[in-house]
Structures are given as C-alpha cells and as structure tokens.
Design a protein around this ligand. Structure first.
Ligand code: S3P
Length: 449
C-alpha cells in the first residue's frame, strides 16, 4: 500500500491541483532516483551552441519549460536546434555576430535567465532590431539590473518604467567595453555583460560583491572564449571579438531539483534516498553546507568530473534537524534553495534566521512573502524580514489549501512540506513545477513507499 495518496486534478488551461494525503502508515522515502538536467547549464548550452561555429551536442538537457523558451528564442534568431530530448540535442550554431533579425517577438516565457542573458547578446549585434517579452511574472521582474550596464556599454534599449520592464525593444549596436562593478551577486547580470563583451572590441570585466554561479565562465572557456578570472576580487574579464566553436556538453542533474529530495529525505523519519548524478559545482552547493549546519545526514558518493563540472551521487538519510543562521556570502550559493530550506527550518528544533536574501523578492514570485504566507497557513511560525525570514521550528503542520503563485520552486517546496503534515494538502497551480522539473510528481509517487 502506498504511504501517501497523491492525486493530480486537472483543471482548465493546463492548470492542475496536486493533492497529497499522507497516510498514517507512511514510513519513509526510499529508493534511488535521478533529477532532471541543470537548468542554468541547459540554458547556457543552448545559447553558446547557437552563437558558436559548428555543431554542439547536448546530453542530459532539462526538458522544462524554461529551456524550451530559450530554444524557441534562439531558433527565431537563426540557430537550428533539433527537437529537445534528454538523450541528444543538436544545435547548429550560426557564429557570433550572425543573428538574423527575428520576424516576431522573442518570448522568454517565465525565464529570467533567458531574457537577461539574451539581452547581452542582442544589444551587441549591430544593425538588427529585436523585441523581447515574457509571461506575467517575467514582465514584472526588474530588467534595469542588466539594462543599465548595457547602456553604459552604449546599448539602445527601451521599455516601460524607465526601460526597466519587459516588453523591451533593442536596437543592436557595436558596444564599448566596460568594467562593471555589479551591486548584486547575480550570475544573470554577470553572464549578460560577459555575453555582450564577446562581440565587443576590447576587454569587458564584471566584478561582483560575492561569487555567483560560474557556469558561464566554465562553458565559455570550453567553447574557446578567452577569459581571465580573479577569484580574490570576484572579477571576470572576457576578450572581445571572440570565436566560439561547437562542443559536446553533458548536463549534470540539477542540485536545485535534488534539494527537494535532500530536505524530504531529511525530515521524513526513516528515509534513505540516493539522488544520482547531481552537479556539485562549489558555487551551487550552499544547500549542502546549510543542511550540514542543520545536522542533516548527507553523503557525497562517487565524486567525479563530467564535461568540466563536478558531479556526485548524494545519499540522504533522515535526521533530527536543528536551526541555523543563513546569511552573507553563502546566499548566492543557495539562493534558489531558500524556499525548500524554509521547509527544513519549519521541522528543525529552534529558530532559523535567513538574512541578506532580499533578491528572493524579485524571483518568479516574492518568495519571502509567498513562502511565509503559505507555510503559515499550514501552521508554521514564520515572520518575514525585509531581506529574509525568521522561522520558529517544531510546530506541527496541518494540511490545507495552498497556492504556488505560479512559482515552480514554491509548488515543489509545499509538496515536500505536505509529506510531514497531517491531513490533506491541496496545492493549487502545481503545474508550475514543469518550469524546472517536469517529472516531479512521478518521482514523488515513486519515492513515497
Ligand atoms: C541563474 C541565476 C540566479 C538564479 C536563477 C538562475 C542563472 O539568478 O536565481 O534561477 O542561470 O544564471 P541571479 O543570478 O539573478 O541571482
């Protein structure tokens, strides 16, 4: 007999409710699973493949809606991208500087990475006019963080609210190189400027206040770009007039998706789960460090390097978690995992403080407000801080109706919280999970034994 009753109720417009009722006989989460390909690496593999010369082959691409948005934009820009699948995607690159002027609006859907990274490329392609947009969430997210530095490079970009909101119109230009000191540690900002620097004469440098994920740097080098990195000052310089050549990219499993199982396995007593083939790039492993501080039992097994990225199998066994404080330079290393860390904190002993994470307010939803509201509705004790949360752990959760606010990571975090709640939890707009994890519900059913 299944230890939890998990049903999906389809609604209009592809929306669905995920209903989770934990059975009193539920024992634990068991098994060996794989998570889908890393979202950040998937976007970059498609983009660099599109602007490289020759063919790029991608193994393990994430088939979520976000990379699909990237693929559809770059097809409109002239790249030939084969049908997306996890085994083998072929990208016939058009070569840097060779975008065709798209005959339609480039639609980045829900994906901040797609729109922000693509803006750097579009702005630096002289003689073409582009328009970009996204869904309701993306059209409300700040674009000034990339528009401003691009304007310093002499880019021409127009949009609502002082050119800060999509839809945006871009008249491609030959840009000037700059040294940009970013006020935020953001891989999207860093990557946007570096990509703009590729097709710009001279050296373009980005310095950030703390190190953000470095997948762009690793992959740009693998594709042949000339980069220098100063780890002391968190600075990266790219040489302009670059030439990129198609590569074979192997995308590891996404640690941001694995995070749901690491927390589920930690909080559901008696669990023993193996999550295989997970990317453990040090700029992404803040979740492992935070869970270790909380007393989680997670082992890295079979550590190896695959196509320039470190990979491991992660084994999690349940344990009694205790509270911790998460702040400072670790924040960019776990920024996407804070919703699920909040769930871990709800089941930990003591008061967990999360600070320096105001960025969460401008993600796919305001993840501070939404997580606090939704978990509090289930009985949690979370107080919002301007830049984080204070979470008093140890209060039991009771199933009720909650809502993803169309944010993929909120939908999945609430599903994991419901595994330790009594009664029935109904997660509205749970279809959002498909942005980064199309098979989430199937894996949930598989591991609940
Ligand atoms: C991403 C960078 C992060 C992260 C996002 C993906 C990337 O955003 O939250 O999900 O692929 O570069 P910021 O760099 O803006 O923090």
């Amino acid at each position: 007999m299944s230890a939890a009753v998990i049903t999906v109720e389809n609604q209009e417009n592809a929306a669905h409710k995920l209903i989770i009722q934990r059975s009193p006989s539920m024992l634990s989460l068991q098994g060996s699973i794989r998570v889908p390909g890393d979202k950040s690496i998937s976007h970059r593999a498609l983009m660099l493949g599109a602007i490289a010369e020759g063919e790029t082959q991608i193994e393990g691409l994430l088939l979520g809606e976000d990379p699909r948005s990237t693929a559809s934009c770059f097809r409109l820009l002239g790249a030939e991208i084969s049908e997306l699948n996890t085994e083998f995607v072929r990208v016939k690159g058009i070569g840097l500087g060779n975008f065709q002027e798209p005959v339609d609006v480039l639609n980045a859907g829900n994906s901040g990475t797609t729109i922000r990274l693509m803006l750097g490329l579009l702005a630096s392609h002289p003689g073409r006019f582009f328009t970009v947009t996204g869904d309701d969430s993306l059209r409300s997210r700040p674009m000034s963080r990339v528009v401003k530095p691009l304007q310093q490079m002499t880019a021409q970009i127009w949009g609502r609210k002082g050119n800060s909101l999509a839809p945006l119109a871009i008249q491609g230009q030959a840009l000037k190189p700059i040294h940009y000191h970013s006020p935020i540690a953001s891989a999207q900002v860093k990557s946007c400027i570096l990509l703009a620097g590729l097709n710009t004469e001279g050296k373009t440098t980005v310095t950030e206040p703390a190190l953000s994920r470095d997948h762009s740097e690793r992959m740009l080098r693998a594709f042949g770009a000339e980069l220098s990195i100063d780890p002391e000052t968190h600075s990266v310089t790219v040489m302009g007039n670059a030439k990129l050549y198609g590569q074979k990219v192997v995308v590891p499993g996404d640690i941001s998706s694995a995070a749901f199982w690491l927390v589920a396995g930690s909080i559901v007593p008696g669990s023993d789960l193996l999550v295989e083939n997970v990317g453990v790039n040090p700029t992404r492993t803040g979740i492992l460090a935070a869970l270790a501080m909380m007393g989680a039992d997670i082992q890295l097994e079979n550590q190896r390097e695959v196509a320039g990225e470190p990979v491991a199998d992660l084994r999690v066994r349940s344990s009694r978690l205790k509270s911790c404080t998460i702040e400072g330079d670790i924040i960019p290393r776990l920024i996407d995992e804070i919703p699920i860390l909040a769930v871990a904190a709800v089941f930990a002993e003591g008061t967990t403080i999360i600070r320096d994470a105001a960025e969460l307010r401008v993600k796919e939803s305001d993840r501070i407000t939404v997580m606090a509201q939704q978990l509090n509705q289930m009985g949690a004790k979370i107080t919002e801080l301007p830049d984080g949360m204070e979470i008093i752990g140890g209060t039991p959760l009771v199933g009720t109706d909650v809502d993803s606010h169309t944010d993929h990571r909120i939908a999945m975090s609430l599903a994991i919280a419901s595994l330790n709640a009594t009664g029935t939890t109904t997660i509205h707009r749970a279809e959002a999970a498909a942005i980064s994890y199309p098979n989430f519900t199937n894996t949930l059913v598989e591991v609940c034994r």
